[in-house]
Design a protein. Structure first.
Length: 146
């Protein structure tokens, strides 16, 4: 609540917006791999150009970079450098197993900052971390026995 005006903040959510080299590859990664669902989309002549994907209680937006569509950004430039999106999960270890079963190769989970952390990189180089709180000691690495 805003103390000065007594009203609720107008800002409700931040949604990462990824400009991607192939929307088809990215949709496969986020839908088939991560289990997301398309909730909003924009198509031109039947071709998907933009979408809003729900991932549990979170969301990401994807839009394919078309030649000449972004001033100052060339499609061949590496995207994702210096960007990490941290998704807070109920159970990062369960998600790690699910991602492995779907053919993705997330990094072996470890405990950092009091959370299990596993990560992977999407087709355009965006670094995604999936985390859940734990009482397990810092720097513990996940093993099948854990």
């Amino acid at each position: 609540m805003n103390k000065e005006s007594g009203s609720m903040p107008n800002i409700q959510q931040a949604v990462p917006f990824f400009r991607v080299s192939s929307i088809a590859s990215s949709v496969r990664f986020y839908v088939d791999g991560l289990g997301g669902e398309i909730h909003h989309q924009w198509k031109v002549d039947g071709k998907l150009r933009w979408c809003w994907l729900k991932l549990g209680d979170t969301a990401v937006m994807l839009q394919e970079i078309l030649p000449g569509s972004l001033q100052g950004v060339r499609a061949e430039e590496k995207r994702g450098v210096g960007v990490t999106i941290c998704f807070q999960c109920r159970d990062a270890l369960a998600l790690y197993k699910t991602l492995c079963n779907r053919g993705l190769c997330p990094k072996r989970p470890f405990v950092g900052n009091g959370m299990w952390v596993t990560s992977l990189t999407d087709p355009d180089g965006y670094h995604l971390e999936f985390e859940s709180f734990t009482d397990v000691p810092e720097e513990t690495e996940y093993t099948e026995e854990a």
